[in-house]
Design a protein around this ligand. Structure first.
Ligand SMILES: Cc1ncc(C[n+]2csc(CCOP(=O)(O)OP(=O)(O)O)c2C)c(N)n1
Length: 197
């Protein structure tokens, strides 16, 4: 168990690619508003990816719903720190429901980067991984560096969660921008999950 201060500052797109490269079993990935889903889009548009447009804090609640609806499928949420701070209650809900197949990755750049880089509370005293543990998510910790991030993903894939992996990242711009077509995003995702032909 480590803290935010000790974690290496990494790159969101690099970590996103490392995560996606490990997905071999049609795992679902829900990217939150902000740059998390931009980089998920840029990493290759898997049919099992969902890109949240418009509302902060919904990556975890949506991923929770998918995880409960399809317990055989591993489900990842990738959320920014600003969005996570806006929806902290969802961490307690996830801990209480304890879906074994859910893993959360928090991309913590200590800012609301996409709206101009205003600092979030993680730039001060708030430690997201510790907050999540306090909410009841025992398997919540910081990725110390890229290799540790990969090790944690390797564990989260086969082993029971819920997991939370917090990653300290820099403010590099996103690798691309998601096409803003909510209907297509939804339809593709539903087909990717096998619930729409
Ligand atoms: C309820 C609400 N408040 C404000 C916004 C405007 N807004 C959109 S994204 C964003 C910042 C997201 O920050 P974070 O989740 O940390 O992601 P980052 O931009 O750093 O990748 C803000 C303030 C919004 N969409 N919804």
């Amino acid at each position: 168990m480590s803290g935010r201060a000790e974690a290496k500052m990494m790159k969101r797109f690099d970590l996103t690619k490392r995560l996606v490269a490990k997905l071999k079993r049609e795992e679902a990935v829900v990217g939150g508003i902000g740059n998390t889903h931009f980089d998920l889009w840029a990493s290759g548009q898997r049919p099992q990816n969902f890109y949240m447009l418009g509302s902060m804090g919904l990556a975890c609640p949506i991923a929770l719903g998918v995880a409960m609806a399809q317990p055989q499928r591993k489900v990842f949420a990738i959320e920014g720190d600003g969005s996570m701070l806006m929806q902290l209650g969802s961490l307690g809900t996830i801990a209480a429901l304890a879906p074994k197949n859910l893993a959360i990755v928090i991309m913590d750049n200590a800012s609301y980067q996409i709206t101009g880089g205003q600092p979030t509370l993680t730039a001060k005293s708030t430690d997201i991984a510790a907050v999540a543990r306090g909410a009841g998510l025992a398997k919540s910790d910081w990725a110390a560096d890229e290799a540790d991030f990969e090790r944690r993903i390797d564990r989260a894939l086969p082993e029971d969660g819920p997991w939370l992996i917090a990653a300290k990242i820099d403010n590099a711009p996103p690798a691309a921008e998601t096409e803003r077509d909510p209907m297509r995003i939804r339809e593709n995702f539903m087909r990717g999950l096998g619930v729409r032909r």
